[in-house]
Structures are given as structure tokens and as C-alpha cells.
Design a protein around this ligand. Structure first.
Ligand SMILES: NC(=O)c1ccc[n+]([C@@H]2O[C@H](COP(=O)([O-])OP(=O)(O)OC[C@H]3O[C@@H](n4cnc5c(N)ncnc54)[C@H](OP(=O)(O)O)[C@@H]3O)[C@@H](O)[C@H]2O)c1
Length: 315
């Protein structure tokens, strides 16, 4: 609200808004007063379709192409939108193997889910409002809890250069590992945010949406596997503990951008500068994601991989 009691116009950038949780979140955000939703899309037609539906703005962005990520801030500036209030790093991809590569030659899961978002966040930081918010979407698969994750394999952590190198191995493990990188980044960015943007109160949140079966995340699975998954989706969402619908997951993600309980001062302290929202309640990322040395190493190596000059270390 501004001094006259009306809502100040503001923009929210949400990656992955052309499908699943991101699309449901973009619809909710677009219905909020004063909010301009920016739909960054790797496929212009898909982006335009969503922007036309919710009456907002589509801009080109392929997180698997660092040149495209570098071009995004200028495209955002050129669109002359209201001040940037929130960045929701939601896009994600899952393959069945580790052989796909980004335009820059990185393993595509780590390259898209982590490196593309790492660079995007860093490039948009200076444009964020002083009381702005960042939310990074991770997943319960980042935790080593195979039983609770319905048999999904746990992450296999290594240094960022190894993770960014394509090769043999399980796509599911690569996905869980990229989601661990997302969780580590939510913690490490929180440690550094006040040095990166001195004098501001920017909040940095992490989100585990829960198992959301009715999205496009299984698109690389076999057609039969996808048909079975889609057919079972309603039953899984209704019956399995920790499973939910895109709409319920979206309500939580949209809240990180707009709800006063996600302003920096209102956080519960689970993350250095924000909340960790897990399915439908406050939680915490794994101890592994909170390890300071792991965070510092990933930050340094990610900067080198995406070609950024080192940022100030936390004071
Ligand atoms: N579904 C679940 O059970 C679940 C559980 C935990 C966490 N998550 C996380 O939730 C987030 C959203 O996933 P979802 O389930 O909603 O999946 P989804 O329906 O497949 O949506 C993924 C979105 O990411 C976009 N995307 C993929 N690669 C991209 C790239 N290179 N550049 C730009 N955008 C790209 C897709 O764009 P296109 O439309 O062009 O493909 C799509 O909009 C992901 O981070 C995922 O890891 C999901």
C-alpha cells in the first residue's frame, strides 16, 4: 500500500509460468491488485498464450542458454514495467538421463535448474525493490529421505564443475541434486543478500511445493509412463502424504511474493533472510543445504561457471 491507501503498481517475474505450478501461480498473481506478472518463456508462442490469458507480459528467456539469461534484464528494462517487487525462480526440468546439455555445454538439469537461475537472480538483484522478495523453488527430493520421497533417489553431491559435466548416470539423481543446489542457493543467497544490496530489506525464501503430480515435469518419461502418471495424478494428490495440486502449491508460491508474512522482518529464521515453506507449513532445508562451506563452494564455482566476477563475501 502507498500513503493514499491504494496498492502501488509492482512487477513479479516468475520463471516457468507456462506450465504446472508456475502457470497456476501466474494466474493467482495476475488477479492481485496492482501486480504486473512477467512471464519469461523459452517458447515465444507458449509465453504469448499465457500472457494473453492472464493479460500480462511475456519476455524471452531460456535458462539453458546463458546468453539468453544475460539478455533478459535489458528486455525487462525495455518493457518499462512497474518496479520489480519479486523474482520467483520456479522453472525446472527433469530428464531420464544426464546426457542432455545446455547451449553452454553444461549438464542440462544442473545447468537449467541451478546455473540459469543463479545467473538470472544475480543479474536482476540490482533491479529488485528495497523490500523485494526472492523465492527459489527446490523440492523434497533434495533431502536424503528416499522412503518419504516415494522411492525417489537421493541427491549425489559433488563440486559444481563435476555436476555441470554431462555423462552417464541417473536423470532422477541429477534432478534431486539440482534441487539440493537450489536449496543451498536459497540459504547462501540469504547469507549474502545484505552485502549484495546494502541498506535494503530483501527477503530470500526457499519453497518445497510437495509432490505435484499433475504438471509437465515428467515430460521426458516414456509415453506409457506419462499416461500412467497422469491417470494416477488425482489419486496421488488426494491420498499420498505430501502430495498436492498445482493450485494449492501455487497459493503458497504466490504468497512468497505478496503476503506480508513473507516480508523480510516477518520471517521465522529458518533461512538467513527468509522462510523455508514446505508443502503446507514452515519447515527447514536439510542440514546438508545449510552447511556454510558447501554454500560458499557452490557460490564461488557457480560464479566461475556463469562468468560472473566474485561478489563480496558475507561480513
Ligand atoms: N511437480 C512436482 O511434483 C514438483 C515437486 C517438487 C518441486 N517441483 C518444482 O516445481 C517447479 C515447477 O515444476 P512443475 O512441476 O510445475 O513442472 P512443469 O509443469 O514441467 O513446469 C516447468 C516450467 O519450467 C519451464 N522451463 C523448463 N526449462 C526451461 C528453460 N530452459 N528455460 C525457461 N523455462 C524453462 C517450462 O517451460 P516450457 O513450458 O517451455 O516447457 C515450464 O514452464 C520446478 O522447479 C520443479 O522442480 C515440482
Amino acid at each position: 500500500m502507498n500513503d493514499s491507501g491504494s496498492v502501488s503498481p509492482r512487477s513479479v517475474v516468475i520463471t516457468g509460468a507456462t506450465s504446472g505450478i508456475g502457470l497456476a501461480t501466474a494466474r493467482l498473481l495476475a488477479a492481485a491488485p496492482g501486480v504486473t506478472v512477467v512471464v519469461p518463456a523459452r517458447d515465444a508462442a507458449r509465453g504469448k498464450r499465457v500472457a494473453d490469458e492472464i493479460g500480462r507480459v511475456a519476455l524471452p528467456l531460456d535458462l539453458a542458454d546463458l546468453a539468453s539469461v544475460r539478455a533478459f534484464p535489458a528486455a525487462l528494462d525495455a518493457a518499462r514495467l512497474p518496479p520489480l517487487h519479486a523474482l520467483l525462480a520456479n522453472a525446472g526440468i527433469q530428464y531420464t538421463d544426464r546426457k542432455h546439455t545446455t547451449s553452454d555445454g553444461f549438464e542440462a538439469t544442473f545447468g537449467t535448474n541451478h546455473l540459469g537461475h543463479f545467473l538470472l537472480i544475480r543479474l536482476l538483484l540490482d533491479r529488485l525493490a528495497d523490500d523485494g522478495r526472492i523465492a527459489i523453488v527446490s523440492s523434497g527430493t533434495h533431502k536424503r529421505q528416499r522412503l518419504r520421497n516415494g522411492g525417489y533417489p537421493p541427491p549425489s553431491w559433488a563440486d559444481a564443475r563435476t555436476l555441470a559435466t554431462p555423462g552417464e548416470g541417473s536423470g532422477q539423481v541429477a534432478y534431486a541434486t539440482s534441487k539440493l543446489a537450489n536449496a543451498i542457493t536459497a540459504v547462501e543467497l540469504g547469507r549474502r543478500i545484505d552485502d549484495l544490496r546494502p541498506g535494503t530489506r530483501i527477503a530470500v525464501h526457499g519453497v518445497d511445493p510437495g509432490l505435484v503430480p499433475a504438471t509437465g515435469l515428467a515430460r521426458d518419461y516414456s509415453p506409457t509412463g506419462q499416461r500412467i502418471y497422469r491417470a494416477l495424478a488425482p489419486a496421488i494428490a488426494a491420498l499420498m502424504p505430501g502430495a498436492t495440486t498445482p493450485e494449492r502449491a501455487a497459493a503458497n508460491l504466490a504468497a512468497t511474493a505478496l503476503d506480508p508474512s513473507y516480508a523480510r522482518g516477518a520471517t521465522n529464521g529458518a533461512l538467513p533472510a527468509g522462510r523455508w515453506w514446505e508443502i503446507a507449513k514452515d519447515g527447514a532445508p536439510s542440514a546438508e543445504a545449510q552447511d556454510p562451506q558447501t554454500g560458499a563452494d557452490l557460490w564461488r564455482d557457480s560464479e566461475a561457471l556463469v562468468g560472473l566476477a566474485p561478489a563480496p563475501r558475507p561480513s
